[in-house]
Design a binder for this molecule. Structure first.
Ligand SMILES: Nc1ncnc2c1ncn2[C@@H]1O[C@H](COP(=O)(O)OP(=O)(O)O)[C@@H](O)[C@H]1O
Ligand SMILES: [Mg+2]
Length: 380
Protein backbone atom coordinates (compact mmCIF):
# COMPACT_ATOMS: atom_id res chain seq x y z
CA UNK A 1 0.00 0.00 0.00
CA UNK A 2 1.31 3.39 -1.05
CA UNK A 3 0.39 6.69 0.51
CA UNK A 4 1.32 10.12 -0.77
CA UNK A 5 0.86 12.81 1.82
CA UNK A 6 0.80 16.41 0.59
CA UNK A 7 3.60 15.59 -1.79
CA UNK A 8 5.07 18.72 -3.37
CA UNK A 9 7.76 19.48 -5.94
CA UNK A 10 8.77 22.99 -6.97
CA UNK A 11 11.29 24.08 -9.56
CA UNK A 12 11.97 27.70 -8.65
CA UNK A 13 8.62 29.40 -9.09
CA UNK A 14 7.07 26.46 -10.90
CA UNK A 15 5.08 24.16 -8.65
CA UNK A 16 5.10 20.91 -10.63
CA UNK A 17 3.24 18.94 -7.95
CA UNK A 18 1.18 20.76 -5.36
CA UNK A 19 0.39 19.10 -2.00
CA UNK A 20 -0.85 15.95 -3.64
CA UNK A 21 -2.37 13.34 -1.33
CA UNK A 22 -3.38 9.92 -2.57
CA UNK A 23 -3.57 6.38 -1.30
CA UNK A 24 -3.04 3.35 -3.49
CA UNK A 25 -4.38 0.13 -2.01
CA UNK A 26 -2.69 -3.24 -2.23
CA UNK A 27 -3.37 -4.78 -5.64
CA UNK A 28 -4.90 -1.66 -7.17
CA UNK A 29 -4.13 -0.57 -10.72
CA UNK A 30 -4.09 3.21 -10.39
CA UNK A 31 -3.76 5.43 -13.44
CA UNK A 32 -2.44 8.96 -13.06
CA UNK A 33 -4.16 10.62 -16.00
CA UNK A 34 -3.71 14.14 -17.26
CA UNK A 35 -2.33 16.29 -20.05
CA UNK A 36 1.35 16.73 -20.72
CA UNK A 37 3.06 18.83 -18.07
CA UNK A 38 0.49 18.26 -15.31
CA UNK A 39 3.06 16.61 -13.03
CA UNK A 40 2.42 12.88 -13.53
CA UNK A 41 6.03 11.85 -14.11
CA UNK A 42 7.17 14.07 -11.26
CA UNK A 43 4.84 12.20 -8.88
CA UNK A 44 6.05 8.84 -10.13
CA UNK A 45 9.71 9.81 -9.87
CA UNK A 46 9.26 10.98 -6.29
CA UNK A 47 7.51 7.71 -5.56
CA UNK A 48 10.40 5.78 -7.09
CA UNK A 49 12.95 7.83 -5.17
CA UNK A 50 14.51 9.28 -8.32
CA UNK A 51 13.53 12.80 -7.34
CA UNK A 52 13.58 14.44 -3.93
CA UNK A 53 10.30 16.11 -2.93
CA UNK A 54 10.20 19.76 -1.85
CA UNK A 55 7.63 18.79 0.76
CA UNK A 56 5.30 16.05 1.92
CA UNK A 57 5.83 12.35 2.49
CA UNK A 58 5.77 9.00 0.71
CA UNK A 59 4.67 5.99 2.77
CA UNK A 60 5.02 2.38 1.69
CA UNK A 61 3.04 -0.06 3.85
CA UNK A 62 3.07 2.59 6.54
CA UNK A 63 6.82 3.23 6.51
CA UNK A 64 8.07 6.68 5.62
CA UNK A 65 10.32 6.16 2.59
CA UNK A 66 10.40 9.79 1.42
CA UNK A 67 14.19 9.98 1.53
CA UNK A 68 15.03 6.32 1.02
CA UNK A 69 17.23 5.59 -2.01
CA UNK A 70 15.49 3.89 -4.95
CA UNK A 71 17.32 0.58 -4.59
CA UNK A 72 15.93 0.08 -1.08
CA UNK A 73 12.32 0.70 -2.05
CA UNK A 74 11.56 -2.55 -3.78
CA UNK A 75 9.53 -0.79 -6.46
CA UNK A 76 10.02 -1.58 -10.13
CA UNK A 77 9.91 1.15 -12.71
CA UNK A 78 8.95 0.69 -16.38
CA UNK A 79 9.55 3.65 -18.67
CA UNK A 80 8.36 4.71 -22.08
CA UNK A 81 11.86 4.20 -23.45
CA UNK A 82 12.55 0.59 -22.69
CA UNK A 83 15.94 1.24 -21.12
CA UNK A 84 17.19 -2.25 -21.93
CA UNK A 85 20.92 -2.94 -21.94
CA UNK A 86 21.73 -3.09 -25.66
CA UNK A 87 24.81 -5.31 -25.30
CA UNK A 88 22.98 -7.92 -23.20
CA UNK A 89 20.60 -10.55 -24.54
CA UNK A 90 17.02 -10.88 -23.29
CA UNK A 91 17.92 -13.43 -20.61
CA UNK A 92 20.64 -11.20 -19.19
CA UNK A 93 18.34 -8.20 -19.30
CA UNK A 94 15.69 -10.16 -17.37
CA UNK A 95 18.32 -11.31 -14.87
CA UNK A 96 19.77 -7.91 -14.31
CA UNK A 97 17.63 -6.65 -11.46
CA UNK A 98 17.83 -9.99 -9.68
CA UNK A 99 21.62 -10.09 -9.86
CA UNK A 100 21.79 -6.56 -8.54
CA UNK A 101 19.80 -7.80 -5.55
CA UNK A 102 22.15 -10.77 -4.99
CA UNK A 103 19.53 -13.42 -5.66
CA UNK A 104 20.95 -16.98 -5.93
CA UNK A 105 21.67 -18.33 -9.41
CA UNK A 106 19.17 -21.24 -9.50
CA UNK A 107 16.43 -18.92 -8.24
CA UNK A 108 17.32 -16.41 -10.93
CA UNK A 109 17.23 -19.01 -13.69
CA UNK A 110 13.87 -20.38 -12.54
CA UNK A 111 12.33 -16.99 -12.23
CA UNK A 112 13.55 -15.79 -15.61
CA UNK A 113 12.13 -18.92 -17.24
CA UNK A 114 8.81 -18.35 -15.51
CA UNK A 115 8.58 -14.70 -16.52
CA UNK A 116 9.67 -15.47 -20.08
CA UNK A 117 6.87 -18.04 -20.25
CA UNK A 118 4.29 -15.61 -18.88
CA UNK A 119 5.22 -12.95 -21.41
CA UNK A 120 5.89 -15.16 -24.43
CA UNK A 121 9.61 -14.40 -24.46
CA UNK A 122 10.95 -17.95 -24.18
CA UNK A 123 11.97 -18.13 -27.84
CA UNK A 124 13.69 -14.77 -27.66
CA UNK A 125 15.97 -15.25 -24.65
CA UNK A 126 19.18 -15.30 -26.73
CA UNK A 127 18.38 -12.21 -28.77
CA UNK A 128 19.75 -8.74 -28.25
CA UNK A 129 17.31 -5.78 -27.93
CA UNK A 130 18.11 -4.57 -31.47
CA UNK A 131 16.83 -7.91 -32.81
CA UNK A 132 13.41 -7.36 -31.21
CA UNK A 133 10.32 -5.41 -32.25
CA UNK A 134 9.15 -2.46 -30.15
CA UNK A 135 6.45 -4.60 -28.56
CA UNK A 136 8.88 -7.37 -27.71
CA UNK A 137 11.28 -4.87 -26.17
CA UNK A 138 8.54 -3.41 -24.05
CA UNK A 139 7.64 -6.92 -22.92
CA UNK A 140 11.24 -7.49 -21.88
CA UNK A 141 11.16 -4.23 -19.93
CA UNK A 142 7.97 -5.36 -18.17
CA UNK A 143 9.47 -8.82 -17.64
CA UNK A 144 12.54 -7.36 -16.01
CA UNK A 145 10.27 -5.54 -13.57
CA UNK A 146 8.17 -8.64 -12.85
CA UNK A 147 11.19 -10.90 -12.32
CA UNK A 148 12.17 -8.92 -9.28
CA UNK A 149 8.78 -9.46 -7.65
CA UNK A 150 8.68 -5.90 -6.42
CA UNK A 151 6.16 -4.58 -3.94
CA UNK A 152 4.67 -2.40 -6.67
CA UNK A 153 5.14 -1.47 -10.32
CA UNK A 154 5.56 2.12 -11.42
CA UNK A 155 4.97 2.65 -15.12
CA UNK A 156 5.46 5.89 -17.00
CA UNK A 157 3.67 5.89 -20.38
CA UNK A 158 5.05 2.43 -21.18
CA UNK A 159 2.95 2.02 -24.32
CA UNK A 160 3.38 5.39 -25.98
CA UNK A 161 6.21 4.23 -28.27
CA UNK A 162 4.14 1.39 -29.66
CA UNK A 163 1.95 1.55 -32.75
CA UNK A 164 -1.83 1.57 -32.27
CA UNK A 165 -2.38 -2.13 -32.80
CA UNK A 166 0.42 -3.21 -30.52
CA UNK A 167 -0.73 -0.73 -27.91
CA UNK A 168 -4.15 -2.39 -27.80
CA UNK A 169 -2.61 -5.85 -27.52
CA UNK A 170 -0.18 -4.80 -24.81
CA UNK A 171 -3.01 -3.11 -22.92
CA UNK A 172 -4.77 -6.45 -22.69
CA UNK A 173 -1.53 -8.14 -21.63
CA UNK A 174 -1.04 -5.66 -18.82
CA UNK A 175 -4.60 -6.18 -17.58
CA UNK A 176 -4.10 -9.95 -17.65
CA UNK A 177 -0.79 -9.57 -15.85
CA UNK A 178 -2.32 -7.36 -13.19
CA UNK A 179 -5.00 -9.96 -12.54
CA UNK A 180 -2.54 -12.83 -12.60
CA UNK A 181 0.02 -11.22 -10.27
CA UNK A 182 -2.43 -9.27 -8.13
CA UNK A 183 0.23 -6.59 -8.23
CA UNK A 184 -0.07 -2.96 -7.21
CA UNK A 185 0.49 -0.79 -10.26
CA UNK A 186 0.80 2.98 -10.53
CA UNK A 187 0.53 3.82 -14.19
CA UNK A 188 1.13 7.24 -15.71
CA UNK A 189 -0.60 8.11 -18.97
CA UNK A 190 -2.08 11.02 -20.89
CA UNK A 191 -4.26 8.56 -22.82
CA UNK A 192 -7.77 8.34 -21.42
CA UNK A 193 -8.45 5.06 -23.23
CA UNK A 194 -5.52 3.40 -21.46
CA UNK A 195 -6.72 4.72 -18.12
CA UNK A 196 -10.36 3.70 -18.75
CA UNK A 197 -9.55 0.21 -19.97
CA UNK A 198 -6.84 -0.84 -17.53
CA UNK A 199 -7.12 1.00 -14.25
CA UNK A 200 -9.22 0.07 -11.24
CA UNK A 201 -8.88 3.67 -10.08
CA UNK A 202 -8.23 6.82 -12.09
CA UNK A 203 -6.59 9.91 -10.65
CA UNK A 204 -7.21 12.84 -12.98
CA UNK A 205 -4.50 15.48 -12.60
CA UNK A 206 -4.35 19.08 -13.74
CA UNK A 207 -1.64 21.62 -12.99
CA UNK A 208 0.06 19.56 -10.29
CA UNK A 209 -3.17 18.84 -8.43
CA UNK A 210 -5.80 16.15 -8.35
CA UNK A 211 -9.07 17.01 -10.09
CA UNK A 212 -10.83 13.76 -9.25
CA UNK A 213 -10.22 10.24 -8.01
CA UNK A 214 -12.63 7.45 -8.82
CA UNK A 215 -13.30 4.23 -10.66
CA UNK A 216 -13.24 4.62 -14.46
CA UNK A 217 -17.02 4.72 -14.62
CA UNK A 218 -17.37 7.15 -11.72
CA UNK A 219 -14.98 9.54 -13.37
CA UNK A 220 -16.76 9.12 -16.71
CA UNK A 221 -20.32 9.33 -15.38
CA UNK A 222 -19.84 11.89 -12.61
CA UNK A 223 -17.03 14.20 -13.67
CA UNK A 224 -16.21 16.57 -10.82
CA UNK A 225 -15.27 19.42 -13.13
CA UNK A 226 -15.39 20.61 -16.72
CA UNK A 227 -11.72 19.69 -16.93
CA UNK A 228 -12.45 16.03 -16.19
CA UNK A 229 -15.57 16.07 -18.37
CA UNK A 230 -13.60 17.40 -21.30
CA UNK A 231 -10.68 15.05 -20.83
CA UNK A 232 -12.55 11.74 -20.98
CA UNK A 233 -14.45 10.40 -23.95
CA UNK A 234 -13.84 10.66 -27.67
CA UNK A 235 -15.24 13.04 -28.62
CA UNK A 236 -15.37 14.40 -25.08
CA UNK A 237 -18.47 15.65 -23.29
CA UNK A 238 -20.15 18.63 -24.95
CA UNK A 239 -19.70 21.63 -22.67
CA UNK A 240 -22.11 24.40 -23.58
CA UNK A 241 -22.63 27.82 -22.10
CA UNK A 242 -26.08 29.05 -21.25
CA UNK A 243 -28.31 30.66 -18.67
CA UNK A 244 -30.34 28.76 -16.11
CA UNK A 245 -33.71 30.34 -15.28
CA UNK A 246 -37.29 29.52 -14.32
CA UNK A 247 -39.98 29.25 -16.96
CA UNK A 248 -43.54 28.08 -16.29
CA UNK A 249 -42.63 26.10 -13.20
CA UNK A 250 -39.66 24.51 -14.89
CA UNK A 251 -35.95 25.05 -14.51
CA UNK A 252 -34.59 25.55 -17.98
CA UNK A 253 -31.24 26.18 -19.52
CA UNK A 254 -31.19 28.41 -22.54
CA UNK A 255 -28.70 29.60 -25.07
CA UNK A 256 -29.04 30.50 -28.73
CA UNK A 257 -30.23 27.31 -30.37
CA UNK A 258 -30.46 25.45 -27.06
CA UNK A 259 -33.40 25.05 -24.73
CA UNK A 260 -33.30 22.32 -22.07
CA UNK A 261 -35.90 21.84 -19.37
CA UNK A 262 -34.02 19.92 -16.75
CA UNK A 263 -36.38 19.88 -13.77
CA UNK A 264 -39.55 21.10 -12.14
CA UNK A 265 -39.04 23.98 -9.74
CA UNK A 266 -37.53 27.41 -9.82
CA UNK A 267 -34.12 28.93 -9.63
CA UNK A 268 -32.24 32.16 -9.57
CA UNK A 269 -31.14 33.20 -13.01
CA UNK A 270 -27.45 32.76 -13.57
CA UNK A 271 -24.92 31.70 -16.20
CA UNK A 272 -24.20 28.00 -16.29
CA UNK A 273 -22.18 25.41 -18.16
CA UNK A 274 -24.03 22.29 -19.18
CA UNK A 275 -22.39 19.03 -20.15
CA UNK A 276 -23.89 16.26 -22.26
CA UNK A 277 -22.01 13.26 -23.60
CA UNK A 278 -22.25 12.83 -27.40
CA UNK A 279 -23.71 9.33 -26.97
CA UNK A 280 -26.49 10.65 -24.68
CA UNK A 281 -27.94 12.95 -27.32
CA UNK A 282 -30.65 11.45 -29.45
CA UNK A 283 -31.72 12.60 -32.84
CA UNK A 284 -35.50 12.61 -32.63
CA UNK A 285 -36.09 13.35 -36.29
CA UNK A 286 -34.12 14.64 -39.21
CA UNK A 287 -35.53 17.46 -41.29
CA UNK A 288 -34.46 17.43 -44.92
CA UNK A 289 -34.10 20.49 -47.17
CA UNK A 290 -37.59 21.59 -48.14
CA UNK A 291 -39.11 20.60 -44.80
CA UNK A 292 -40.35 23.22 -42.35
CA UNK A 293 -37.18 24.66 -40.76
CA UNK A 294 -37.86 24.86 -37.05
CA UNK A 295 -34.90 23.15 -35.45
CA UNK A 296 -32.09 25.16 -33.95
CA UNK A 297 -29.05 23.46 -35.34
CA UNK A 298 -27.56 22.48 -38.61
CA UNK A 299 -25.26 19.54 -39.16
CA UNK A 300 -21.97 20.94 -40.39
CA UNK A 301 -19.99 17.72 -40.50
CA UNK A 302 -20.43 13.98 -40.11
CA UNK A 303 -17.45 11.80 -39.29
CA UNK A 304 -17.93 8.18 -40.17
CA UNK A 305 -16.01 5.86 -37.87
CA UNK A 306 -17.18 2.67 -39.53
CA UNK A 307 -19.37 1.29 -36.74
CA UNK A 308 -20.73 4.66 -35.70
CA UNK A 309 -20.83 8.24 -36.79
CA UNK A 310 -20.19 11.58 -35.09
CA UNK A 311 -22.32 14.53 -36.23
CA UNK A 312 -21.32 18.08 -35.44
CA UNK A 313 -24.33 20.34 -35.08
CA UNK A 314 -24.04 24.11 -35.02
CA UNK A 315 -26.52 25.49 -32.48
CA UNK A 316 -26.24 29.25 -32.17
CA UNK A 317 -22.54 29.89 -31.77
CA UNK A 318 -21.84 26.52 -30.21
CA UNK A 319 -21.11 23.14 -31.70
CA UNK A 320 -22.70 19.97 -30.35
CA UNK A 321 -21.16 16.59 -31.10
CA UNK A 322 -23.63 13.72 -31.37
CA UNK A 323 -22.66 10.10 -31.56
CA UNK A 324 -24.98 7.66 -33.30
CA UNK A 325 -24.84 4.10 -34.55
CA UNK A 326 -23.93 3.89 -38.21
CA UNK A 327 -26.72 5.14 -40.41
CA UNK A 328 -28.79 6.41 -37.46
CA UNK A 329 -27.39 9.93 -37.32
CA UNK A 330 -28.38 12.98 -39.34
CA UNK A 331 -26.71 13.90 -42.63
CA UNK A 332 -24.70 17.01 -43.38
CA UNK A 333 -27.04 19.96 -43.94
CA UNK A 334 -29.85 18.43 -41.87
CA UNK A 335 -31.66 20.45 -39.20
CA UNK A 336 -32.29 17.77 -36.58
CA UNK A 337 -34.19 17.86 -33.30
CA UNK A 338 -31.97 16.78 -30.49
CA UNK A 339 -33.31 15.11 -27.36
CA UNK A 340 -31.67 14.18 -24.14
CA UNK A 341 -32.63 12.54 -20.83
CA UNK A 342 -32.38 15.45 -18.33
CA UNK A 343 -30.81 13.12 -15.79
CA UNK A 344 -27.89 12.90 -18.19
CA UNK A 345 -27.36 16.63 -18.20
CA UNK A 346 -24.39 17.70 -16.08
CA UNK A 347 -24.22 21.17 -14.62
CA UNK A 348 -21.05 23.07 -13.86
CA UNK A 349 -20.20 26.45 -12.42
CA UNK A 350 -18.88 28.48 -15.38
CA UNK A 351 -16.27 30.24 -13.26
CA UNK A 352 -14.80 27.46 -11.16
CA UNK A 353 -15.69 24.66 -13.56
CA UNK A 354 -16.86 22.57 -10.60
CA UNK A 355 -19.83 20.26 -10.83
CA UNK A 356 -23.08 21.70 -9.51
CA UNK A 357 -25.38 18.75 -9.46
CA UNK A 358 -24.76 15.11 -8.82
CA UNK A 359 -27.31 12.92 -10.49
CA UNK A 360 -26.39 10.28 -7.91
CA UNK A 361 -28.70 11.31 -5.07
CA UNK A 362 -26.30 10.17 -2.35
CA UNK A 363 -23.49 12.36 -3.63
CA UNK A 364 -22.87 15.83 -2.29
CA UNK A 365 -24.84 18.47 -4.10
CA UNK A 366 -24.50 22.18 -4.20
CA UNK A 367 -27.05 24.83 -5.09
CA UNK A 368 -28.80 26.03 -7.08
CA UNK A 369 -29.56 22.76 -8.77
CA UNK A 370 -29.67 20.64 -5.63
CA UNK A 371 -33.41 20.81 -5.27
CA UNK A 372 -34.26 20.10 -8.90
CA UNK A 373 -36.30 17.04 -9.66
CA UNK A 374 -35.52 15.58 -13.05
CA UNK A 375 -38.27 15.63 -15.62
CA UNK A 376 -38.45 13.81 -18.87
CA UNK A 377 -38.11 16.68 -21.26
CA UNK A 378 -35.94 17.62 -24.11
CA UNK A 379 -33.20 19.61 -25.54
CA UNK A 380 -34.04 20.99 -28.93
N1 LIG B 1 13.89 19.44 -14.10
C1 LIG B 1 12.91 20.33 -14.22
N2 LIG B 1 13.13 21.66 -14.12
C2 LIG B 1 12.12 22.56 -14.22
N3 LIG B 1 10.85 22.23 -14.46
C3 LIG B 1 10.56 20.92 -14.60
C4 LIG B 1 11.55 19.91 -14.49
N4 LIG B 1 10.96 18.70 -14.64
C5 LIG B 1 9.65 18.95 -14.85
N5 LIG B 1 9.41 20.28 -14.83
C6 LIG B 1 8.09 20.92 -14.99
O1 LIG B 1 7.20 20.33 -14.09
C7 LIG B 1 5.91 20.18 -14.67
C8 LIG B 1 5.47 18.73 -14.60
O2 LIG B 1 6.29 17.93 -15.42
P1 LIG B 1 6.04 16.37 -15.61
O3 LIG B 1 5.91 15.74 -14.27
O4 LIG B 1 7.13 15.85 -16.47
O5 LIG B 1 4.66 16.34 -16.36
P2 LIG B 1 3.93 15.12 -17.10
O6 LIG B 1 4.66 13.85 -16.80
O7 LIG B 1 2.53 15.12 -16.56
O8 LIG B 1 3.93 15.46 -18.55
C9 LIG B 1 6.02 20.72 -16.08
O9 LIG B 1 5.57 22.04 -16.08
C10 LIG B 1 7.50 20.67 -16.36
O10 LIG B 1 7.87 21.66 -17.27
MG1 LIG C 1 5.59 12.52 -18.15
Amino acid sequence: MIELDRLTKSYGDVVAVDRLSLSVGDGEFVALLGPSGCGKSTVLRMLAGLLEPSGGRVLLDGDDITYQPPKDRDLAMVFQSYALYPHLDVRSNLEFGLKAHHTEAPVIAARVDEVAGQLGLTELLRRRPKELSGGQRQRVAVGRAIARRPRAFLMDEPLSNLDARLRTATRRELVALHRQLGATIVYVTHDQVEAMTMATKIVVMNGGRIEQVGSPLEVYDQPASTFVAGFLGAPPMNLLHGTVRSRNGMVVIEAPGIHVAIAEGSTEERPITIGVRPEEIRVAGAIRPGDEPFADGIVSLVENLGGEEISYIEAGEQTIAVRSPRGAGPAEGDHPHLAVDPRRVHLFDPESGRRLRWSNASSPATTPAASFRPTTRVMS
